[in-house]
Design a protein around this ligand. Structure first.
Ligand SMILES: *Cc1c(COP(=O)(O)O)cnc(C)c1O
Length: 229
């Protein structure tokens, strides 16, 4: 299957999942996660009309940047953890940062965005499981974190993001998706721009859409299996 035909299939599957959930297809964005795939794969997806992309490492995105930076309408998001020494580079090459979980990092991103004369949309990553390897804030830290972001006028917090524990069975992810939505709903009155929920990947995006996802992050189903070398 080509990348273009995979994208077309995914668009249809997202639309079907929306219809079943009584939601409008335009309320769920399809993000193409291109990590571990070459810049050529991004070019191919872009030629098929894809504009929203996710990369999970600054360095890897930087390496692809020369080939993709000029693509018309490119909307490139960082969806992986951000180290403090990479904030300036991240603010430069990404259009949004979707996995912020530290005020220190936010402060540095804010300064970098100011220096670049841009405002950076961001999502806050929440960790809803107890896995050591996962990043993200504990849910009880969220209200104070949101207040802590207020002074950073070059950042635009727009919502929440989560990665549930891996499982073959997409139903296992449902309570995590429900929890993220509940957190958004509890905080949106105080923070009216907190509307987005980035949740759902190749194997569980249908469940995520049923639970209110506004962005599904799809890697494997668009670009094929990743080879980790
Ligand atoms: C890799 C990755 C994805 C995509 O996963 P697939 O299972 O390949 O669709 C989504 N979100 C994050 C944060 C990722 O790192």
């Amino acid at each position: 299957m080509s990348i273009a035909s995979n994208i077309e299939r995914l668009r249809n599957e997202v639309a079907d999942a929306c219809a079943r959930a009584n939601r409008r297809a335009e309320d769920v964005a399809l993000m193409a996660v291109s990590k571990m795939h070459p810049a050529e794969a991004i070019l191919e997806a872009h030629a098929a009309g894809q504009r929203l992309f996710g990369e999970n490492r600054v360095q890897e995105a930087q390496a692809k940047s020369a080939q993709i930076a000029q693509l018309e309408g490119l909307d490139l998001h960082l969806i992986g953890p951000l180290q403090n020494n990479k904030t300036a580079k991240a603010a430069e090459i990404f259009h949004a940062i979707d996995a912020v979980d530290s005020l220190k990092t936010a402060e540095r991103l804010n300064s970098a965005a100011q220096a670049l004369g841009k405002t950076l949309p961001l999502l806050i990553e929440v960790k809803l499981s107890h896995e050591e390897t996962k990043h993200g804030l504990a849910p009880e830290e969220l209200p104070a974190f949101l207040d802590g972001l207020q002074p950073f006028s070059f950042l635009k917090p727009q919502g929440l993001m989560t990665v549930p524990p891996w499982s073959d069975d997409p139903e296992t992810a449902r309570p995590y998706f429900q929890h993220l939505r509940r957190l958004r709903d509890e905080n949106v009155a105080q923070h009216p721009n907190l509307t987005q929920l980035s949740m759902g990947m190749s194997h569980d995006f249908r469940v995520a859409i049923e639970e209110g996802s506004t962005t599904v992050r799809i890697g494997t189903a668009i670009f094929g299996k990743r080879s980790y070398v």
